[in-house]
Design a protein around this ligand. Structure first.
Ligand code: 5AD
Ligand code: SF4
Length: 465
């Protein structure tokens, strides 16, 4: 999942204009899965008589949906809790709840050290929120961090909080079984479980009927999606490729994206399905983490550098115009300059279109924390990350430059931040394009010829197909 820029993702809920209902403000950190979870939370609460507000000062209940993936994500939330404490001083009736991964990981610490916190609710316990809120209103602490083997919130229609009305996230599975040694997710989100495909298709159909034109199927590792069902006497299984096809068939005018893919599970079958359906976007987010087979083994990624490059070759041959993005961790335990150079050379070899890049951050109780020493000095991690970012900057620019002069179908997603006369949208390859409106509207598909680019954006003009 493009999980990550925990420093940038503050999603707030939008107003539902009902004044008599208690108002809930939700702030979301971390991944797209968390964004989608906040939409599930909003749906549960609205169904139980609450309304949502984007104005924290109006709130009766403040919820913060949190991320534990790196230490700085958690530090930021602690800072927000201090601010909520000040709000509570002025309005003592306000309830403050911590949701998501930090609730799961730090329940005791939150309850002991952060007096401001009334509710601590883990990712599998959101159905309990109305009950827990009532307990908190009665002066108790509302706590539930039980993880479930079954919960997928399959029957809950998330309330779309982004409000662009064009693209939506649809969660197809929860949890993760991979146990990458650096990663806290299997501990905070529990074991992997897939959602009933029929409920996914229905949610997608409802979105399409409501005017949405793009869905992103979400899971920690979408390629291991696996559903077993029974039709009469016949058992049938649905894998990710089958699911992609089912979703693509909802309507050819609906774009389909997905995230995140694990290199060890990305099959040629999925690539052929992508190639077969025009409306499945030609973009794959394929986190590599490191270019060194030795480090990949320590990370427990279950593929080698060569395996990864083999997957890239398969993508290039089956979907020639597919863009590829990745995640990279700099300075994992025992990483040498040779390992780091292998990461840089792999980046060059693949020519990633985009990357999320991080310094390794040791997470308590993970395999790496228990068995490996976090021994790369901070300044070395920083320098290696800088080198990775600098190289990716060049690769991203090359990727954009290569688009100048070409034509792409673009879904109009909204008005450009810089000019009222321009829209922004994305190509199938997930690159952002800005272009003059030319009488079109949000939700339209248009053909855009790329005329220029900045380091972050393509610029173009609408042309006839
Ligand atoms: N330190 C740094 N980056 C991490 N990621 C996951 N765990 C850690 C960690 N402990 C990164 C990986 C993953 C992305 C979601 O976050 O690159 O793909
Ligand atoms: Fe973490 Fe690995 Fe699962 Fe991704 S696949 S959530 S990195 S354990």
């Amino acid at each position: 999942m493009n999980i990550y820029p925990e420093d940038a993702n503050i999603f707030e809920t939008s107003n539902t204009d009902d004044t008599s209902r208690p108002k809930v403000y939700i702030e979301t950190y971390g991944c797209q899965m968390n964004v989608n979870d906040s939409e599930v939370v909003a749906s549960i609460l609205i169904g139980n008589g609450y309304s949502v507000t984007s104005d924290i000062n109006q709130a009766d209940i403040i919820l913060i949906n949190t991320c534990s993936i790196r230490e700085n994500a958690e530090t930021r939330v602690f800072g927000r809790l201090d601010l909520f404490g000040q709000i509570k001083k002025q309005k003592p009736s306000v309830l403050v709840g911590v949701l998501g991964c930090m609730a799961e990981r730090l329940k005791d610490q939150l309850l002991e050290q952060k007096k401001v916190v009334d509710l601590v609710v883990g990712p599998d316990a959101y159905r309990e929120l109305p009950v827990l809120i009532r307990a908190a209103e009665d002066g108790q602490k509302g706590v539930n961090v039980l993880l479930s083997r079954e919960e997928t919130y399959a029957d809950i229609s998330p309330v779309r909080l982004d409000k662009n009305g064009v693209s939506a996230f649809v969660s197809i599975m929860r949890g993760c079984n991979n146990m990458c040694s650096y990663c806290v997710v299997p501990y905070t989100r529990g074991a992997e479980r897939s959602r009933d495909p029929q409920t996914i298709v229905k949610e997608v159909q409802d979105l399409f009927d409501a005017g949405y034109r793009e869905v992103t199927l979400l899971g920690q590792n979408v390629n291991s999606y696996h559903w077993e069902g029974q039709k009469g006497l016949i058992k049938h299984t649905v894998n990710f490729s089958d699911l992609l096809e089912m979703v693509a068939l909802v309507d050819p005018r609906l774009r389909v994206r997905f995230s995140t893919s694990h290199p060890k599970d990305l099959t040629n079958e999925v690539l052929y399905t992508m190639a077969m359906y025009e409306n499945i976007c030609n973009h794959i987010h394929l986190p590599v983490q490191s270019g060194s087979t030795r480090i990949l083994k320590l990370m427990n990624r279950k593929y080698t550098r060569e395996d990864y490059l083999n997957r890239i070759e398969a993508i290039r041959s089956i979907i020639p115009d597919c863009s590829i993005s990745t995640d990279i961790i700099a300075g994992f335990c025992t990483e040498t300059e040779v390992d780091h150079d292998l990461t840089l050379s792999l980046m060059r070899e693949v020519g990633f279109d985009f990357a999320y890049m991080f310094k390794y951050s040791e997470r308590p109780n993970t395999k790496a924390a228990r068995h490996l020493e976090d021994d790369v000095p901070e300044e070395v991690k920083t320098r290696r990350l800088m080198e990775i970012i600098e190289l990716q900057g060049k690769l991203s620019e090359q990727s954009k430059q290569a688009d100048v002069g070409k034509r792409f179908e673009v879904l109009v997603e909204g008005e450009s931040k810089k000019s009222k006369d321009e829209f922004y949208g994305r190509t199938s390859q997930n690159k952002v394009v800005v272009f003059p409106k030319a009488g079109h509207k949000v939700g339209d598909f248009v053909y855009v010829e790329i005329t220029d680019c900045t380091p972050a954006t393509l610029m173009g003009k609408i042309v006839e197909e």
